[in-house]
Ligand binder design. Structure first.
Ligand code: DP6
Length: 344
C-alpha cells in the first residue's frame, strides 16, 4: 500500500466588492467581479492523503464524518485534479477550521483553497497559483481569492471562459487594515451562499440591477484599495454588501441573512463614524458583521462592538497570507513551494 500526503493552511477572505450570482454559461463563473482581503486570525487546515485501499474519497470535517453533500463537493475538486494531472486513486481528506463552519464566515473559501493546495501537494503535481485558484473556483468561486494573500480580485466570467483565476491586487503589507468580525451566532446558517445566490438570481427583480451596478462599485473598491483610501473603500464596500442583501431580500420567498443583532451591529458601526472612528460594515451570507477599519483602531472598534446587544464575541483580523503547504500540525514548512511538497 502506498500513501501520499500533504497538509495545507488557508485563510478565509472577506469580499469588499461582493460576488453574488453565476453566469448561465460556463462552469461556476461569477456574474460580477469581486475583490477581497484574505484574513489572518482565522484558518482552515486540510490534509489530503491518497490511499490505494480506498474505494471512494473520504472527508472528515472538524473531527467528524462530513455530510454527503460536503464529501461530494470535495470529491468534485479531487476529480478535476486527477483529470488535470493524470493522478489516480482516492483520498482521505481531513479539514478543520478554528472559526465557525458554514455560518457566513467564509469557511468554504478557505476550505477549497486549502484543499486545492493540499491535493496538488499530495499528488506531487506542480500547479502555479493561477491554476490552483482556477481549480478552487470551479468548486467555490470565493475560494479562488483565498489562494492569494493580501488583496485579490476575481474578474467576472465571460462567454467561452474555461479558465478563470483570481489575481493579486496588493500584498499583505500594502495596508495596515483590520477587519473586526462581530460574531452574532455560532451555529450554521439557514441558506448556503450557492443556494441563496441562485434563488436570488431566479426570483429577485433586483438581481439585474445588482449585476449592472456591481462592476462600477467593484472599480471604486479597487481604486480605494490601491490608494489606501479608507473612506472611499468603506463607502463602496458598504454599498456592495447592502445591495447584495437588498437583492436577496427581494427574492421570493425572501432571503434574509440579517438577524436583530446584525442590524444593531450595522447601527453601531454608523455610531462609531459619528465619533470620528473610520469604521465600515460588510456582511456576507450570514448574520455576522465585519467591520473594516484602520489597524490602529481595531482594538477600540472590537471593544465597542462587544457591547452591541446580540454580539457574542469579536475576532480581530488583519490581511493574511496565501494558502500554503504546512506540516501536519500546521507549522510552517522549510522551503515549501505552493502546490508542491517541501519534502520529497
Ligand atoms: C457572500 O463562493 O460560497 O461570500 O461559488 O456557489 O461556492 P459558490 O459561492 P461562495 O459565495 C460567496 C458569497 C459571498 C460574497 C463573496 O465572497 O464574494
Amino acid at each position: 500500500m502506498t500513501s501520499r500526503s500533504a497538509t495545507a493552511a488557508a485563510h478565509p477572505n472577506i469580499a469588499l466588492a461582493k460576488y453574488w450570482g453565476k453566469r448561465t454559461f460556463g462552469h461556476n463563473l461569477p456574474a460580477v467581479p469581486s475583490l477581497s482581503v484574505t484574513l489572518s486570525g482565522m484558518r482552515t487546515l486540510t490534509s489530503v492523503t491518497f490511499e490505494d485501499s480506498l474505494s471512494r474519497d473520504e472527508l472528515e470535517l472538524n473531527g467528524a464524518e462530513a455530510p454527503e453533500k460536503a464529501r461530494l463537493r470535495v470529491s468534485g475538486l479531487l476529480d478535476r485534479m486527477r483529470k488535470a494531472s493524470g493522478v489516480s486513486g482516492f483520498a482521505r481528506v481531513a479539514s478543520s477550521n478554528d472559526f465557525p463552519t458554514a455560518s457566513g464566515l467564509a469557511s468554504s473559501a478557505s476550505a477549497f483553497a486549502a484543499l486545492a493546495v493540499a491535493a496538488a501537494g499530495a499528488a506531487s503535481v506542480s500547479i502555479d497559483e493561477a491554476g490552483l485558484s482556477d481549480l478552487a473556483r470551479c468548486t467555490s468561486v470565493s475560494s479562488a481569492r483565498s489562494v492569494f494573500g493580501g488583496f485579490a480580485e476575481l474578474p467576472r466570467g465571460e462567454e467561452g471562459d474555461v479558465f478563470l483565476a483570481a489575481r493579486p491586487v496588493a500584498p499583505v503589507d500594502h495596508w495596515d487594515l483590520a477587519v473586526v468580525v462581530a460574531v452574532t451566532r455560532e451555529g450554521p446558517k439557514d441558506v448556503g451562499s450557492t443556494e441563496g445566490m441562485l434563488h436570488t438570481q431566479r426570483t429577485s427583480p433586483y438581481f439585474g440591477a445588482w449585476v449592472d451596478r456591481a462592476p462600477s462599485v467593484f472599480q471604486r473598491v479597487r481604486d480605494a484599495v490601491v490608494a489606501r483610501d479608507l473612506e472611499a473603500l468603506g463607502i463602496a464596500a458598504e454599498e456592495s454588501a447592502l445591495a447584495m442583501h437588498a437583492a436577496a431580500m427581494a427574492a421570493t420567498p425572501a432571503i434574509v441573512y440579517f438577524t436583530g443583532a446584525t442590524v444593531e451591529a450595522i447601527n453601531a458601526v454608523r455610531r462609531l463614524r459619528t465619533e470620528k472612528v473610520h469604521a465600515y460594515a460588510t456582511i456576507d451570507a450570514g448574520p455576522h458583521v465585519k467591520v473594516i477599519c484602520e489597524g490602529t483602531s481595531a482594538e477600540r472598534v472590537a471593544e465597542y462592538m462587544r457591547q452591541v446587544p446580540g454580539v457574542l464575541r469579536t475576532i480581530v483580523t488583519r490581511p493574511g497570507g496565501a494558502a500554503r503547504l504546512v506540516s501536519p500540525s500546521g507549522d510552517p514548512l522549510d522551503h515549501a513551494i505552493l502546490g508542491r511538497p517541501a519534502q520529497s
